[in-house]
Design a protein around this ligand. Structure first.
Ligand SMILES: Cc1ncc(COP(=O)(O)O)c(C=O)c1O
Length: 404
């Protein structure tokens, strides 16, 4: 039996990383492949306490076990406002906020709301691997914009805005997945101005901004957005728990209304239990202390990985040094294919993600993404030592005269 799937989904075959994740359940694998928060940063005791309190209270129990409003659990959107103000986003009310089932759903709803088949969506190359199939599932064309100094290459961005008239420009200005890089203030302001000039919408995807363990914070792009061109998407996945599946979108109320209509067809509303847990978590003041507790853990793991990379990787390897978030990006100045070498690394129980899967166009074969948040410093050191051996061996073999 062959099925005739939609034009959006038919060409999509699932990302290479889904197969990698199947391998990662093996405990002997040291994984730098995922994007999971550290287990030590998941607030198990707080969630146990809150859940116990909810179900000890008949009124709240019934409320969270019933159907609810699409926009969000009563009172929760109001609690997002001070979180947004803390980032420099001012002048918003609850009707500028939509609670979503993870930031990923916010991205999906924005594509659903703005993209017709064939529309262009600009993304930074490289970009979040999950966003590419999301936009493509609405039959949008994803077009890569070159990275520049301190953010997007503004000339390339403007050229592509003129040429493609994109509906959306997707960026991750804080500690990008996959590169760990952050845009400068000037770049954020310039991208926002260009969105206004060329009448498009910027999706500012910011799941990692709160995870800054070095350097100075930079105001979010949405704070420069005088013309309501920026849809800000964030998530509790990396600051509280990814399993709870809760995020939010902040945008002009007309956009929020349209996204809510799209969400009704997707899941009606995000889990009331999850929303009530996060609402109570915020009210009890647990949010910021848990992040404060997490930052030294991530700084230590980043440091362990940087030290190990500098010590064990071949001299042809260069890497980013993120001030927050979960990822380091590395490139080899050598003729090697990191997708092919993956099997040699896995055979020695170490996983990474090949860099080519993060590109809309012209993917390079010599890059890798490394995640440091979900392994302790000892395993990071051991895993990078193995990767260093594997890559040195492959580079030696790839030199002229040594080819097999
Ligand atoms: C850049 C980026 N955006 C969005 C997401 C989706 O996160 P979630 O749906 O768990 O909030 C992720 C997850 O890794 C991400 O890295």
């Amino acid at each position: 039996m062959t099925y005739t799937f939609s034009a959006g989904l038919a060409p999509l075959t699932g990302t290479a990383t889904r197969d990698i994740f199947k391998l990662l359940t093996r405990p002997e694998i040291i994984s730098f492949a995922g994007g999971l928060p550290a287990g030590d940063c998941l607030p198990v005791d707080a969630i146990r306490e809150i859940t116990g309190e909810i179900f000890a209270d008949p009124g709240r129990s019934l409320k969270c076990l019933q159907y609810g409003a699409t926009e969000g659990y009563p009172g929760l959107r109001e609690l997002i406002i001070p979180l947004a103000e803390d980032l420099g986003i001012t002048g918003i009310g609850a009707d500028n906020v939509l609670m979503v089932s993870g930031g990923g759903q916010g991205l999906d709803l924005l594509c659903k709301a703005f993209c017709n088949p064939g529309d262009a969506v600009l993304v930074e190359d490289p970009t979040f691997l999950g966003f590419l199939p999301t936009a493509q599932s609405y039959s949008a064309r994803t077009i890569g914009v070159r990275p520049g100094q301190g953010g997007l290459d503004l000339e390339d961005l403007e050229r592509k805005l003129k040429e493609y008239h994109p509906k959306l420009v997707y960026c991750i200005p804080n500690f990008s997945n996959p590169t760990g890089k952050t845009y400068t203030v000037e770049n954020r302001a310039a991208v926002t101005d260009l969105a206004e000039k060329y009448d498009t919408i910027v999706i500012e995807d910011d799941p990692y901004g709160r995870l800054r363990f070095a350097g100075e914070p930079v105001p979010v792009m949405k704070s420069f957005d005088k013309a309501d061109r920026v849809a800000y998407v964030s998530s509790f996945s990396k600051t509280v728990s990814p399993g709870l599946r809760l995020g939010f979108v902040i945008a002009h109320r007309d956009i929020i209304r349209k996204l809510a209509i799209g969400k009704q067809g997707a899941d009606l509303h995000s889990s009331n239990l999850t929303q009530l847990i996060i609402k109570t978590y915020l009210e009890k003041g647990y949010f910021f202390p848990n992040i404060e507790k997490s930052l030294p853990i991530y700084r230590k793991r980043r440091n362990a990985m940087i030290e190990a990379l500098d010590r064990y990787m071949p001299e042809e390897f260069t890497h980013t040094n993120p001030e927050g978030g979960l990822f380091i990006w590395g490139e080899f100045d050598a003729a090697i294919d990191t997708a092919e070498i993956f099997n040699a690394a896995i055979a020695r129980n170490v996983a990474y993600i090949q860099g080519n899967v993060f590109f809309a166009a012209n993917p390079p074969v010599n890059a890798i993404r490394l995640n440091y948040s979900n392994e302790d410093p000892e395993r990071i050191e051991a895993g990078i030592r193995v990767l260093g051996e594997v890559f040195k061996e492959k580079i030696a073999l790839s030199r002229p005269g040594n080819r097999m």
